[in-house]
Design a protein around this ligand. Structure first.
Ligand code: NAP
Length: 485
């Protein structure tokens, strides 16, 4: 074993959250390292480089509040531009000397005597610090369903979150399995190139128009020269998205009905074939699964070289996908747009606290206090942790609030002003009781399958309120809820 490198703060992950933490540490003047398994920053925006990848939150909002970008090329920038933005922030805030790229963290172990975390990488290097920030995201481990025969497929298989440019698409018989947020972005692009595309749909999702458009050079110049205008535009987008939250909070309510009508009108306007329209009509309340935004998915499905396949998949065979009724969809390439393992959060990193592992503590579902601290795990801070995901607004807004909340505590332990800060178990329990009770009345609980729920009905991913409520809650570090030594 190597001698651990001593620092004040260890950050795991160099995606949107980890970079934010790094910027704040840099500004505070503490010593820190960022350990990142990939060879570049960007997290999900590095991984999800499939054709059509982009963010369904407008870019003037999906960016740091303190690092606005007047040059976004479109309302909804695509992945390359978003990745470039995060790279730029790493350079602009001089984070590069702190980055350890290509370092996969295997474990983090708490030592009570020294009140330090020791983080060990898969190749045996170690770092030691009083404060540990885990910013590994909720959507970083691709999920490929274990359909029988998957390994026997004779063609190429690729997951949207592990794309490579040489995936055989052009002129090929391609199948996309899944119809979620990733699928609806990749399908129109693949449809343009493929000889034939089959989209395997298990459930239709609600889709509203994205209304994307390029931002004109004149507008960009205006945003650059009048920052107040850019900020006002950002605030306007935030407000408009926030106004859709009642569709989640009150399933069947006025906002939910208004959005369902918008989605059904859009479906009717874009899909002429009544049978196809019927197949694309969801049978669960809007918001239950993530509401999707797209201008080009429905038109792509209506293309001559695209088939929407709604028959269940029985198994994968060397020649393609065998359907439940015995028919074979012959394929050269399968694209798995089947989402992520989302309930393990920090997994597969083994985080071992003073009284056991985080995996044990979370055996019945991940739970944290305000998404940020975990009972039994002192000096550990999570960003985009349990119950901080949203269905209606920007995650960057949430993570910035988490960072503001946790910063005083992080700096206290980093600077040795406190040795040990741990959330009281009773505070965490009370917080989660209320949260889960509220989540049970949202549209997420309204009878559909989604990554928001575990098999035992716990909802470990999503925040129950709107973002303004989260901001109010996170305004102050409530030291009274913590044991501080
Ligand atoms: P997802 O929402 O979990 O969708 C997975 C899809 O695969 C679903 O349509 C699901 O069907 C299908 N599926 C899963 N297992 C299957 C099986 N055994 N047989 C047939 N179909 C199966 O995953 P995702 O689309 O990657 O999106 C995940 C999350 O990533 C999103 O909710 C969002 O938070 C984020 N994301 C965001 C953006 C963005 O623009 N900001 C873009 C992409 C992703 P069912 O619906 O029937 O379960």
């Amino acid at each position: 074993m190597t001698v651990p490198l001593e620092t004040q703060v260890i950050i795991i992950g160099a995606g949107m959250s980890g970079l934010l933490a790094a910027i704040r540490m840099k500004q505070a003047g503490v010593d820190f390292v960022v350990l990142e398994k990939s060879l570049e920053v960007g997290g999900t925006w590095l991984d999800n480089c499939y054709p059509g990848s982009g963010c369904d939150v407008p870019s003037h909002l999906y960016s740091y509040s303190f690092a606005g970008n007047p040059h976004w090329s479109r309302l909804f920038a695509r992945q390359p531009e978003i990745l470039e933005y995060f790279r730029d922030q790493a350079n602009r805030f001089r984070l590069r000397p702190h980055l350890c790229l290509g370092v996969e963290v295997a474990s983090a172990d708490w030592d009570e005597a020294s009140t330090r975390w020791t983080v060990t990488s898969a190749d045996g290097n170690r770092w030691r610090a009083p404060a540990l920030i885990v910013a590994t995201g909720q959507l970083n481990r691709p999920r490929t369903p274990d359909l029988p025969g998957r390994e026997s497929f004779a063609g190429a298989q690729i997951h949207t979150a592990r794309w490579h440019a040489d995936a055989p698409i052009a002129g090929k018989r391609v199948g996309v399995i899944g119809t979620g947020a990733s699928a609806i972005q990749v399908v129109p692009e693949v449809a343009r190139e493929a000889g034939h595309l089959t989209v395997f749909q298990r459930s239709p999702h609600w889709i509203i128009p994205r209304m994307d458009a390029p931002i004109s050079p004149a507008m960009k110049r205006l945003f650059a020269s009048v920052p107040l205008l850019r900020k006002a535009f950002r605030a306007l987008i935030w407000r408009r998205l926030e106004a859709t939250h009642p569709a989640i909070a009150e399933p069947g309510g006025v906002k939910a009905r208004e959005m369902e009508k918008m989605a059904l009108d859009y479906l009717a306007a874009t899909i002429a074939d009544p049978a196809l329209r019927q197949a694309l009509t969801p049978d669960f309340p809007i918001g239950c699964k993530r509401t999707l935004v797209s201008d080009d998915y429905y038109p792509a499905l209506a293309s001559d070289n695209v088939t929407l396949e709604t028959r269940a998949i029985d198994r994968i065979e060397p020649g393609g996908v065998r359907l439940a009724d015995g028919a074979l969809a012959e394929l050269d390439t399968i694209i798995w747009a089947t989402g992520f393992e989302t309930h393990g959060f920090v997994a597969p990193i083994a985080i071992n606290g003073p009284a056991g592992s985080l995996a044990q503590a979370w055996a019945n579902g991940a739970r944290a206090y305000r998404g940020t601290t975990v009972a039994g795990f002192p000096n550990l801070f999570l960003l985009y942790g349990p119950n901080t995901n949203l269905g209606h607004n920007s995650i960057i807004f949430m993570v910035e609030r988490q960072m503001e909340y946790a910063l005083p505590a992080i700096l206290k332990v980093a600077r040795g002003e406190a040795r040990r800060i741990a959330i009281r178990p009773e505070a965490q329990q009370a917080y989660n009781r209320t949260l889960q009770a509220r989540l049970a009345t949202t549209s997420w609980a309204a009878g559909c399958g989604s990554w928001y729920k575990t098999d035992n009905g716990v909802m470990p991913n999503n925040w129950a309120g709107n973002t303004a409520e989260f901001a109010r809650m996170m305004k102050r570090f409530d030291a009274e809820a913590y044991e501080i030594a």
